[in-house]
Ligand binder design. Sequence first.
Ligand code: IMP
Ligand code: MG
Length: 334
Amino acid sequence: MPCNIVVGGFFGDEGKGKIIAYIVKKDNVNLAARGGVGPNAGHTFSLNGQTFKVRMLPSAAFNLKTKLAIGAGVLVNPTILLNEISSFHAHSRTFVDPHCGIIKEEHILQDSRESFLKDKIGTTGTGTGPANADRALRKLSLAMDCSEIKDYLNEVSSMIHSDLDKKKSVLLEGTQGTYLSLYHGEYPFVTSKDVTASSVCADVGIGPRSIDEVLVVFKSYVTRVGGGPLENELGRAETQKRGWLEYGSVTGRERRSSPFNIDLAKRAIRLNGGTSFALTKLDVLYPECADVKDYSKLSTSAKKFVEEIEAELGLKAELIGTGADVDSIIDQRY
Ligand code: IMP
Ligand code: MG
């Protein structure tokens, strides 16, 4: 049974939540572990007409058979986590690493008041940057010191290794996107740590040799929320005209947009060691492809779009999203 990673190839909001939810449902994944920064990420997916959003739990939360883990590198907001545990009835299957950092009110205040963070960088205001700064200064409280979540503490790295030894499937969930990486994005318009596949491994406590597949998720167009450069950015009117206007799931801010950027995609594959990719929201570009589940039924122009990307990346589009619902997808994995 494999250990796979899913990461974002652009600026976050590529549709990782939906892709992960599909894989978890289809493959009935045994353990899903979340890496990445923390509650600054919101993963959204729709299942049977109902929309779900998670900011702390892995996107596997809806699947009652999947164990849900949060790796040591992730920052936890206990209030948000406890709410999600309750709404997904996940009390008995949530595991938080004792070394997760804890976000406090002071971090949230700093993130939403300091003009450099709020106005220039345009952070999500969720306290993640200030909390990671405190962690680097070795003064952040950890989950092991937090009584509110004591029932959920468990060493995530050991859980993953023990499941892999038993040949059970593990899915690692990255958050944000490659170009929000503190190292590889356009500093300072980035998040507070690296978010590529290597860091997701480190977040959950697993070495690169234990990974089988790295699935990089791209949306059929690019969006970015907050400050920082966006090549070939379209104006708001054009974004709206193309039906690409989206709103941030954590902050509600309007997302900026640009057409698919093949150079960014190529570099994202290298930075993450991508073994395949997923392409989401193809139906937004080609409405005639809405809810198509069979590749041969895509329109000629949609196929051309997909195949040009495949040729440039030298990889296969293993999953292609054709609608909001988790099952609106073309699965070419096997
Ligand atoms: P922070 O991560 O809240 O410090 O914000 C830093 C930058 O990353 C800002 O431009 C945010 O809008 C962006 N950002 C952080 N997390 C996400 C995400 O999950 N999706 C999209 N943008 C994000
Ligand atoms: Mg998001």
